[in-house]
Design a protein around this ligand. Sequence first.
Ligand SMILES: [Zn+2]
Length: 61
Amino acid sequence: MADRVTCSFCGQLTCGGLRIYGEVICAACEERLARLEVEDEDYEQWLACLRTLWTKWLNEN
Ligand SMILES: [Zn+2]
């Protein structure tokens, strides 16, 4: 049985999901990120989320 964890991007509860350095990205967000284009309206929002995570990871290393 997989743990129910909260996605670091959308905040939805997800089972399993992609784990990167303790952060969880649900399947929906992973798919969205894979299709993200610079001209997308929400591109900046996604980028801001990623920057937040990156900063966290860099600080932990
Ligand atoms: Zn998500």
